[in-house]
Write a protein that binds this ligand. Structure first.
Ligand code: HXC
Ligand code: NAP
Length: 289
């Protein structure tokens, strides 16, 4: 079923800012939100990328503005937030989606590499949230923040330590502000995606054919995700249909993180014959005759 029929007019006239909305999952969300009636603002560092995405959105009749903005620059974030408010007259939803990440043994990282990732993901999300939040509080309008994290925000993960640390912080922000800002009618929600083969992520996290080929292997559903699957969930979570969801993180990973967590999950590899042999080996109490 197409989303427009499932949740007709779910986002009509909502103004939605998506950080990192020029590419990958951010772009997929911009398209889906626009199809559901939203007015879109996208920001990122590369103007030419944003412009190209804006053209695609406009060609589908979706209102869009874009601004070059490094989310690590708090002054620029404040300026861009004001410009979006002036242009559209309001903001209803902020999606903290911009991220930096790459795989590396932690002992090889320079301090600048650590800062690059943590400043984009953690500081950038906090700067954007604060700039939106203080305007929502001043105007008494309320609003919604959607944070894109990762399931390793709670499990941690080897080889992406700055990202795991930062995403854990963003999850803590989600849960903290869910309580602190509820009185202002500001909701906080988060999505934890599993593997979605976007260009930006795969170039930095799956740079060899072997790693890329293995990315779906841990997923019980046997595949990686499609951006529309995340965008559909995001559309629901920021819509009024989800108006009582606050402080929650929803995982969209085909079961991946649970697969890594369960003690005996690797036994999914066994065949029916294997199970017959195993059952015969396990001692059972004889029933009294
Ligand atoms: C080691 C590296 C490195 C690498 C950069 N650095 N890449 N160190 N291995 N592969 C170091 C640099 O040498 C430098 O340190 C420092 O990091 C900053 O690098 P810059 O290139 O100057 O930084 P900047 O231009 O700010 O770029 C930030 C970035 C880059 C994070 C390094 O990758 C980027 O722009 N990423 C944005 C897009 C992205 O990452 N998308 C993926 C999101 S996916 P020195 O000391 O040499 O100066 C995701 C979740 C995936 O987040 C989960 C999958 C399941
Ligand atoms: P992506 O295409 O690389 O998206 C990252 C976006 O962030 C880009 O548009 C990038 O644009 C922007 N960005 C990076 N640094 C920025 C900065 N300093 N200021 C402003 N914008 C910045 O990767 P993606 O896969 O779509 O990732 C989107 C989100 O999903 C991220 O939060 C990521 O952590 C999360 N996620 C993805 C996966 C996955 O498998 N793909 C899994 C778990 C979580 P510029 O380079 O032009 O600035």
């Amino acid at each position: 079923m197409c989303m427009e029929r499932f949740m007709p007019e779910a986002l009509t006239d909502k103004v939605i800012l998506i950080t990192g909305g020029g590419t990958g999952l951010g772009k997929a969300m911009a398209l889906r939100f626009g199809e559901l009636g939203a007015k879109i603002a996208i920001i990122g560092r590369r103007l030419e990328v944003l412009e190209q995405t804006a053209k695609e959105l406009e060609s589908q009749g979706i209102p869009v503005i874009f601004r070059g903005c490094d989310v690590r620059d708090s002054d620029r974030v404040a300026q861009v937030m004001s410009e979006i408010w002036e242009e559209y007259g309001q903001l209803d939803v902020l999606v903290n989606n911009a991220a930096g990440n790459f795989i590396s043994p932690t002992e090889r990282l320079s301090p600048r590499a650590v800062d690059a990732v943590i400043n984009i993901v953690l500081h950038g999300s906090l700067y954007c949230t604060m700039e939106a939040g203080k305007r929502w509080i001043a105007e008494g309008t309320g609003g919604t923040v959607l944070n894109i994290v990762a399931s390793y925000a709670w499990t941690g993960s080897a080889f992406v330590v700055p990202s795991a640390v930062a995403k854990a912080g963003v999850l803590a922000m989600t849960r903290s502000l869910a309580v602190e800002w509820a009185r202002y009618h500001i909701r906080q929600v988060a999505i934890a995606p599993g593997p979605f083969p976007t260009e930006g992520a795969w170039a930095r996290l799956a740079p060899t054919p072997e790693i890329a080929a293995s990315m779906g292997d841990r997923v019980p559903l046997g595949r990686t995700g499609q951006p529309e699957e995340l965008a559909n969930l995001a559309a629901y979570l920021i819509s009024d249909y989800a108006s009582f969801i606050n402080g929650e993180v929803v995982t969209v990973d085909g079961g991946e993180w649970l697969n890594g967590a369960g003690e005996f999950n690797s036994l999914t590899q066994l065949t029916a014959d294997d199970w017959d042999r195993i059952a015969a080996l396990i001692p059972r109490r004889k029933k009294p005759s």
